[in-house]
Write a protein that binds this ligand. Structure first.
Ligand SMILES: [Zn+2]
Length: 287
């Protein structure tokens, strides 16, 4: 698992709210917060490569273009007529398991990614799944269902397998990072955000008064299937404490220890990996 990560939420939040308030005001607020949080074990560095921060930065202006799917829950795309994100994995949105015990998820990577480095990051991210689970992303040949990786506006994915090709957007300017590739592919495999879990109120407190009004849907609780796994602050699906904050005050606080580090994962946690293996009944033992 990743080493202890330093917290850089404040700088990240500066970026993520600039479009919604003046940069100056945000910066002043964030400095105040830095002082408050200096009591934590977290320190600050200039860049934050956690999935949560990267996605929020990339998505902060998302959802304004009419020809794109509606994006809710921060980076989850939904088709017209929002279905409650009930765990569809119980009713057919899992990917097919083959007789050899593997789950093959075909993918196409758009030629929008002209830089070799971009394709390398995406493909490396996809390959991490095969290293520790029975999910194998494979280049599409003629399969009906596949993930169609494109550089649309922001980072987003549908939840679970859709019929026919499904777009996973990894915008070239902000989403092409290992953690974001893993995060969006976990959505495509059927997983929701950690703070949406059915039992989240025992582990985090949602501070609605600090959430941007138009973003409150991101904090709805979902009747998830939790597979007997514990709530995981280190999940790559956990958002940071300042996600979608309108005032640089926390929107998600861990409980009972409000200073616990949350939402800083830069790669899948052991529990993220365990859940894939449980959901897809992977039989092979992985290290
Ligand atoms: Zn997400």
């Amino acid at each position: 698992m990743a080493p202890v990560f330093v917290l850089t939420v404040f700088i990240a939040v500066l970026c993520s709210v600039q479009g919604r308030s003046t940069g100056k005001a945000s910066f002043e607020k964030s400095e105040e917060d830095m002082e408050i949080d200096s009591t934590n074990t977290n320190s600050i560095k200039e860049e934050d490569f956690s999935a949560s921060t990267l996605i929020e930065k990339a998505n902060r202006n998302l959802g304004k273009s009419l020809d794109e799917p509606l994006v809710m829950f921060g980076d989850i795309a939904v088709n017209t007529g929002f279905m409650n994100a009930d765990p569809c994995t119980a009713s057919g949105c899992k990917w097919k398991k083959y007789s050899d015990g593997n789950v093959y998820v075909p993918y196409v990577i758009s030629n929008q990614y002209s830089a070799p480095q971009e394709r390398y990051v995406i493909e490396s991210g996809l390959q991490t799944f095969a290293a520790s689970t029975c999910v194998q992303f494979i280049p599409r040949t003629n399969q009906r269902d596949f993930v169609d990786i494109q550089s649309q506006s922001g980072c987003f994915s549908y939840i679970g397998r859709q019929d026919n090709g499904q777009v996973v957007s990894l915008n070239k300017n902000g989403c092409v990072y290992l953690s974001v590739v893993q995060h969006e592919m976990l959505h495509a495999l059927g997983f929701n955000h950690e703070q949406s879990r059915s039992d989240r109120d025992s582990h985090v407190r949602i501070l609605t008064q600090n959430i941007m009004p138009e973003m409150e849907d991101n904090f709805k609780r979902i009747n998830t299937i939790n597979l007997g796994t514990p709530y995981d602050y280190n999940s790559v699906m956990q958002y940071g404490r300042l996600a979608f904050s309108k005032n640089n005050q926390p929107t998600i606080l861990p409980i009972p220890d409000s200073s616990a580090v949350i939402g800083m994962a830069t790669q899948m946690s052991p529990i993220d990996i365990l859940r894939i293996n449980l959901l897809y009944n992977c039989s092979r033992q992985f290290d």
